[in-house]
Design a protein around this ligand. Sequence first.
Ligand SMILES: Nc1ncnc2c1ncn2[C@@H]1O[C@H](COP(=O)(O)OP(=O)(O)O)[C@@H](O)[C@H]1O
Ligand SMILES: C=C(OP(=O)(O)O)C(=O)O
Ligand SMILES: [K+]
Ligand SMILES: [Mg+2]
Length: 591
Amino acid sequence: MSQALNFFVSSSSRSPATFTISRPSVLPSTGSLRLPVKKSLRTLVAKASAGSDLDESQTLRVLVSENGSGGVLSSATQEYGRNAAPGTDSSSIEVDTVTEAELKENGFRSTRRTKLICTIGPATCGFEQLEALAEGGMNVARINMCHGTREWHRMVIERVRRLNEEKGFAVAIMMDTEGSEIHMGDLGGASSAKAEDGEIWNFTVRSFDPPLPERTVTVNYDGFAEDVKVGDELLVDGGMVRFEVIEKIGPDVKCLCTDPGLLLPRANLTFWRDGKLVRERNAMLPTISSKDWLDIDFGIAEGVDFIAVSFVKSAEVIKHLKSYIQARARDSDISVIAKIESIDSLKNLEEIIQASDGAMVARGDLGAQIPLEQVPSEQQKIVQICRQLNRPVIVASQLLESMIEYPIPTRAEVADVSEAVRQRGDALMLSGESAMGQFPEKALTVLRSVSLRIERMWREQKRHEVIELPSIASSFSDSISEEICNSAAKMANNLEVDALFVYTKNGHMASLLSRCRPDCPIFAFTTTTSVRRRLNLQWGLMPFRLSFSDDMESNLNKTFSLLKARGMIKSGDLIIAVSDMLQSIQVMNVP
Ligand SMILES: Nc1ncnc2c1ncn2[C@@H]1O[C@H](COP(=O)(O)OP(=O)(O)O)[C@@H](O)[C@H]1O
Ligand SMILES: C=C(OP(=O)(O)O)C(=O)O
Ligand SMILES: [K+]
Ligand SMILES: [Mg+2]
């Protein structure tokens, strides 16, 4: 569009600092603005018009305040100061004690941007243990429906909810489905069993009352004995223990142990023929089993925040689940996370991610389905696609595997965590380390300190990524939101502001800002506790619950006084504010 830059900037009646930019006039020099602001303003305007058809009557309002003495900012600031909402008290903003302490002690810059997820298991299900994890930075608690009973999971959910209510945390709950993978039974109640080299074990589809006969493993998939062939290789947990199929007798499959190791209850099983994963009728198993549907009903009833779907093969199953949730959980929105852990999910990656509300690089099972050396490049690709499509992405499994047993990680594990942080994934996840390991809190501390260190290094080196963020908006108003967020994030970096503020009802604007991975933290204000919890999965967002109106000036005044009263911001801090009610970018110093 050749007239793209034909915009007109004028001072509006709202305040001397408000400019209304409308078509089809000419963008004049705006003498009172500092260059970076002016540049960003031009960029914003050019982008908004280049990407979409700006209606003749449509106006894009940009509130610009100049930082520094005199000029527009001071008058805008004075005005905000005068209009401060009376009678606001600090109890009407909800923020967790960890964020509050972090801001007070370390200031804006050093807050952690990468989010942390802990799988809750026997090692961490007590109230005090959960509290210690929340204090240690857990943003999301994950419950894995492969293990434990619904009563046990309900107890964990109740404890997390109580923690949130009593201590002001916003720990979200992610329920992870079992899925239709082939796995072993529960070893008749034993916590593990040792398989030695040269031993012959019986893998059977028969069921037994405990105790199990010696060297017997039950398999959950009825077609197992028919699908495998003599000579197949049987991998437990992607190769932690290996067997060779030597004989089939009806429902029993006799296997010779070739790589010894520890068998754990419900460990995943894959079988390989001629160096390739065998997918017989098991490939036809439904992604969501009948047991999974019951678990999903349970999750909806309990009001979990995320449902992570195991072994997703296509976008259809995600769409199906989302419509199921929508019909059943009208007032509570549950985000659906696609776990990328099968060959099929890699084939339909973009479609699946597009259909989902987020994705997980589930490296545990992924590494049992594709050659291990292919996992890192798939991780990088999945993280990148999620950024581009604006879906939160979780990097999961074996990040600190050795910490299940040892109090410090290996150097290689630290390097792996660093790489995930460097890729700017939204979240890192602990599995066995927190569910049944000996050092759950220490493992969380490692994730936290490595995240902080790598994030700081990248900021200091000013290594802003060159990642191309394509436009994803599907409507004109979405385009405006997207351009505003892209511009605001860029302005925030160029002006080195202390924080971005976003007022968002459904969280969309906050996610668009997070997607840009700006240098400063993003304070995301939202009106409901459920949106606040869901925002807690996304990179760089510090979610606050706050009731606000459509009047941005009063929202800002209220926020300033509440946060100042709690010592979380101070006079003079430079912030940029955007909202999904008013299409505007405001730059100002905290009065
Ligand atoms: N709710 C639970 N009850 C008992 N053990 C659990 C529970 N959740 C997780 N675990 C233990 O933690 C381990 C690691 O968890 P995770 O990676 O989520 O499962 P999996 O190993 O089945 O993929 C599991 O193998 C299991 O031993
Ligand atoms: C996260 C994963 O799934 P689960 O722990 O449920 O097997 C994985 O396979 O990496
Ligand atoms: K699972
Ligand atoms: Mg898995």
